[in-house]
Write a protein that binds this ligand. Structure first.
Ligand SMILES: [Zn+2]
Length: 139
């Protein structure tokens, strides 16, 4: 596991069939959100939110299938071969990336704190439509 100068580590991850692979720079102890919105609840998604510059898609872009619903801002991306959504571009942070913590390889996450997020009532949290900060990623 590679450690970066600012205390972050490089986590590797990807989809089930390994066609989609990425790296994400985040603390070894991560805070992830368990959201109750219509799509996260059905897929069991655990979101690790990072600025886009901390995410690198290593391969598999050609296999990504995009799904949009509701406002059409969030870009839900899943592997067209195995169906796993290992990351996506969230509506709250369209310039960031949400990585599915369940899709990180074993070994780099020291601790994972799961926080509930009431995505069913999304508008209560993001009154101006977009959030500026990345909670849990700035330690
Ligand atoms: Zn796949």
């Amino acid at each position: 596991m590679e450690t970066l100068p600012d205390g972050l580590v490089v986590h590797a991850g990807g989809c089930h069939c390994r066609r989609v692979r990425f790296e994400v720079d985040a603390p070894a102890s991560i805070v992830v959100s368990q959201c109750n919105c219509s799509i996260c609840a059905k897929s069991g998604y655990l979101g690790l939110l990072v600025p886009a510059e901390r995410f690198r898609l290593l391969r598999g872009e050609e296999h990504l299938v995009e799904y949009r619903f509701n406002k059409g801002i969030a870009r839900h991306l899943f592997c067209g071969v195995c169906g796993i959504k290992s990351f996506y571009v969230p509506r709250s942070h369209p310039t960031g990336v949400s990585v599915n913590a369940r899709c990180l390889d074993e070994g780099s996450v020291v601790e994972m704190t799961v926080r509930s997020f009431d995505g069913q009532h999304w508008e209560r949290y993001y009154t101006d439509g977009v959030a500026a900060e990345y909670p849990g990623t700035d330690s």
